[in-house]
Design a protein around this ligand. Sequence first.
Ligand SMILES: [Cu+2]
Length: 287
Amino acid sequence: MRAAARLAGFGALLAVVGGAAALAGQAIGPDPGPAAAGDHHDAAPAPPAGAAPAAVGGLAVSDAGHALVLGRTTFPVGRPAPLRFRITGPDGGAVRAFDVEHERRMHLIVVRRDGSGFQHLHPSMAPDGTWTAPLRLAEPGAHRVFADFSAGGRPITLGADLAADGPARSRPLPGPAPVAATAGGYRVALDGAPARAGAEADLRFTVTRGGRTVRTEPYLGAGGHLVALREGDLAFLHTHPAGHGGAGAGPIAFRATFPTPGRYRLHLQFRAAGVVRTAGFTRAVAR
Ligand SMILES: [Cu+2]
């Protein structure tokens, strides 16, 4: 029942937190830490049960009274540097109280405008509300930074541009393919019926290595984490772990509603042998 209550409370993004929740953190970087039991916004207003979550996010630097303020708008290439930012609230001050979603208070996604170079980081917050993430951009080019969080029970994804100066060579999005390879020798197969715009799609990912099915480990409180970005504007889709969201030998399953026809880049992250891997898929969505 607890999970169901959270579903109503969080709406779009949901951590299906199990007993293994605390396992998921270490490899990812600094973080305020897993939520204590009382951290959830029990008193926050919950959207009506069954309310449709916002279809896309990340297209605006400011939304619902909140704004993403990057500490810098340009970034060096090829060497790590801190990326600092704040989320300001309706009063203009830095927000310091965030809800926990997928075991974290803040998810930072960085991707180049052409869809390459996907990174999912977990910044840490100073007492004044300044978040810091160690970031390294491999290539020059225009990048998009997404801050994905929930405040006061309301999930919000804000996006801002980050430029990495230098001669950039952009690449077209890879064509749709049912299988993707990752570092570490993993192969990930995506199946599920062809997606149609506006209808909830099932996305099932099966991870193998050397021809054998891999038992994945819990990551961010579920069997995996999925970010979907629309080609053309990098609209950020919220996706939900399907079923119990558990890890194991079965497929990693998600549900997502693609709002419009077109192509989307799916970034699946799963954990195996203690390491988080990322697999990218291009998905064509029909009218
Ligand atoms: Cu995250």
